[in-house]
Design a protein around this ligand. Structure first.
Ligand code: NAD
Length: 288
């Protein structure tokens, strides 16, 4: 039985680490939140009391962002605790240029690295139906796939950093069409149309997207706003994508406008708001 370390047992990490346990791996899991470690132990994992104690031949990270990834690996003692020849899999949605730097620093210690961010949300993490965007060289990707392949469909999209770049671009797109969809539905409602009726028609028409097919019907219409993906993390991903565009000297006017609108909504909503709550904010902003 192989042993794997898993650091970051949050909304995504907990069900993902649980699936690795169910797949027969021995998983050493760490999160600073006691309740997360308790839930992981209840799911059959071995909860350890520090990040460095999760060191194993393969370590998976599912952390908020590149700042935390850097801190855990290089200040938290994980890189120092890993043996030469081990593999780090960063499944967080991190910033691609910083990811390339992390990979270089780990390579100096003879530690392999792949970026493997995911799309599919908490429901995809629970069901093992995530899309996993892998960046890395072939041997590391093959080794990573053997460990995380049960979490969803693996797509090898390029060298180190490619997965994180693609994930940020996907979320810039997803956030932009959620905003555009929400504006369109609120306009229709003010005209007297019913939101569910609009969505039914749009979903067999050219305006459909993940926003019309999943986010509005599952989280907005019922008023639950419980997708499990925070507004703060979505905005983080959008900024990663727009920073990348600026560094590549690409014009990104629509993207920058979307980032600004989402930042405005973040200011006007509670700190821990779900990303689908932009609709609440839009309703308030358009109610006068
Ligand atoms: P989350 O905030 O629920 O989980 C992050 C976990 O990291 C928390 O449990 C937190 O305690 C832990 N953590 C923070 N600092 C730590 C440290 N120093 N050491 C160890 N653990 C630490 O976030 P999430 O929604 O699970 O997202 C995790 C990553 O996955 C993010 O990069 C996010 O952008 C991405 N993502 C999220 C979703 C989603 O639907 N929630 C979907 C796809 C990708």
């Amino acid at each position: 039985m192989s042993e794997v370390g898993f650091i970051g047992l949050g909304k995504m990490g907990l069900p993902m680490a649980g699936r690795l346990v169910d797949a027969g791996l021995r998983v050493r899991g760490y999160d600073p939140v006691d309740a997360a470690r308790d839930a992981f132990a209840a799911a059959g994992g071995l909860a350890v009391d520090g990040a460095a104690a999760a060191a194993a031949d393969v370590v998976v990270l599912m952390l908020p962002d590149s700042d935390v990834v850097d801190a855990v690996l290089f200040d938290g003692g994980v890189a120092a605790a890993l043996p030469a020849g081990s593999l780090v899999i960063d499944m967080s949605s991190s910033a691609p240029l910083r990811t390339q730097d992390v990979a270089r620093r780990l390579a100096e210690r003879s530690i392999a690295f792949v970026d493997a961010p995911v799309s599919g949300g908490v429901s995809g993490a629970v069901a093992g139906t995530l899309t996993i965007m892998l960046g890395g060289d072939d041997p590391a990707v093959e080794r990573a796939t053997a460990v995380i392949g049960t979490l969803g469909a693996v797509r090898h999209v390029g060298p180190v950093g490619a997965g994180h770049a693609l994930k940020a671009l996907n979320n810039l797109l997803s956030a932009t069409h959620l905003w555009a969809t929400s504006e369109a539905i609120l306009i229709g409602e003010r005209f007297g149309l019913d939101a569910a009726t609009m969505l039914d028609a749009i979903n067999t028409s050219s305006g459909r997207s993940g926003s019309t097919q999943k986010k509005w019907p599952d989280f907005v219409l019922p008023g639950t706003f419980d997708s499990g993906f925070s507004l703060a993390l979505m905005l983080k991903d959008m900024r990663i994508a727009s920073d990348l565009a600026h560094r590549l000297n690409m014009p990104v006017e629509l993207g920058d406008a979307a980032v600004q609108r989402w930042a405005d909504a973040r200011e006007g909503l509670p700190e821990n708001a779900d990303h689908t709550e932009i609709v609440r904010w839009l309703r308030g902003a358009t109610s006068e």
